[in-house]
Design a protein around this ligand. Structure first.
Ligand code: KG4
Ligand code: ZN
Length: 387
């Protein structure tokens, strides 16, 4: 089965075509991993980061307009929707003016995929959670394609997409056995999810305020390190002393699996504001504070994940979502989990940590192969959709 994936929930427009053999979604507990083939035939991500960086964060209206500018061109290159649609290289009539236009003209970051015009059997589109107007761009495109082609469509939960991102790695699939504990850490979510089967989850805990990615983004912003904050903090933290500043580890020792990061942001603000203007310009001080922030976030994420491992004894742990691109987090999580007998850690491949349509097509395939379908006439965005 070939699934066309469409993702427009936040600040990346992405389209993918995924080829999935049903055996890949048929993992029996006793079996040694799934056998079926899963292949990304086409994948493009048009990142809007360059535009939103001008504003220090995602501007929803700008995000939606840029999705409008990119979606048709990306779809045309993936599946060849019509010969009359201007190709992306011919430019879009909707690209924004003025300074946004200058940044917009650099879109997308990934221009590597060849135009394919691939046949496909089903459509998977992110239905939520996310920015309502941004989600609607992808959903309307998906609905139109479903109407015209009469192919089945499924609205995918973006969080389920992140859970599926680790499954796209062949080596992970051969070791894919349930239950799987997933640490899902992105710009909008921090959750610990127990996966009992494909599409069967139990959320053990989630953030009560800021998500882990948000903590990176907000602290980077107040330190003037730019957007998105995760990569900026990680880069600034290189060579820094993670114990230079004493920062709180909110809820780290709590009995539940919930997270809270807004107190950390407040503590970082206090530290930053207590520094003199000249101290704030010293690379060593900035590096030390960035390293301390990163370590505080990692300590909480690792401690909660280990406690969930001890309580639920999963066969494997996955770490997914934009924050899972953080190498220090992955290294420390791996080290901590190696001490828990028999548990392995799996992560997405490079480039698939942050938002992308391949993971949406993968989660869509899980659902479609279980017989799920949506009626395109009734599909609308679900901006607050929980897993
Ligand atoms: O999954 P994602 O692309 O979007 C959401 O679904 O929210 O995640 C984006 C988040 C941002 O907060 C960004 O700062 C964070 O992922 N991020 C990172 C790194 N790369 C991206 N955080 C820490 N370290 C990184 N290397
Ligand atoms: Zn995401």
């Amino acid at each position: 089965m070939r699934v066309l994936g469409i993702e427009t929930s936040c600040d990346e427009t992405s389209v993918a075509v995924l080829d999935v053999q049903s055996a890949a979604c048929n993992v029996q507990r006793a079996e040694r991993g799934a056998r079926g083939r899963v292949k990304i035939l086409h994948h493009e991500i048009a990142s809007q980061i360059g535009v939103h960086a001008l504003y220090g964060g995602v501007v929803p209206e700008v995000a939606a307009r840029l999705h409008v500018a990119e979606t048709i061109a990306l779809l045309d290159r993936a599946i060849g929707i019509t010969d009359t649609v201007a190709s992306r290289d011919a430019g879009s009539p909707f690209v924004l003016r003025d300074k946004r236009r200058r940044a917009g003209e650099r879109l997308p970051t990934s221009r590597t995929a060849r135009p394919h015009r691939l046949p496909f059997d089903a459509i998977a589109v992110t239905q939520g959670p996310g920015l309502a107007t941004a989600l609607r761009v992808g959903i309307e495109a998906g609905r139109a394609i479903a109407f015209v082609t009469d192919k089945p469509i499924i609205g995918v939960n973006h969080l389920e997409g992140h859970l599926a991102s680790a499954w796209l790695v062949p080596a992970n699939r051969t070791r894919w056995r349930f239950p799987i504990l997933s640490l899902l850490v992105s710009g909008g979510h921090s959750e610990l999810v127990l996966m009992h089967d494909f599409c069967t989850y139990r959320v053990l805990g989630r953030t009560r305020d800021d998500a882990a990615g948000e903590a990176f983004d907000k602290t980077a912003k107040l330190m003037g390190l730019g957007y998105p904050g995760g990569p900026a903090i990680a880069k600034a933290a290189e060579g820094g002393d993670p114990s230079a500043f004493t920062l709180p580890r909110p809820m780290m020792h709590g009995k539940n699996f919930d997270f809270s990061f807004s107190g950390l942001k407040t503590a970082v603000r206090r530290e930053w504001e207590s520094l003199s203007a000249s101290a704030r310009k010293k690379p060593k001080i900035v590096s030390d504070l960035a390293a301390s922030v990163q370590q505080a976030i990692i300590d909480v994420l690792v401690a909660k994940t280990i406690r969930a491992v001890q309580q639920y004894h999963p066969a494997a742990v996955t770490v997914v979502g934009g924050v899972s691109a953080n190498r220090a987090l992955y290294a420390q999580l791996k080290r901590a989990i190696q001490s828990q007998k028999g548990t392995i850690v799996m992560a997405p491949a490079k480039g698939l940590h942050t938002d992308n349509a391949a993971m949406i097509a993968a989660a869509g395939a899980w659902r479609i192969l279980k017989g799920a379908r949506h009626d395109w006439r009734k599909m609308d965005a679900k901006p607050e959709w929980d897993l």
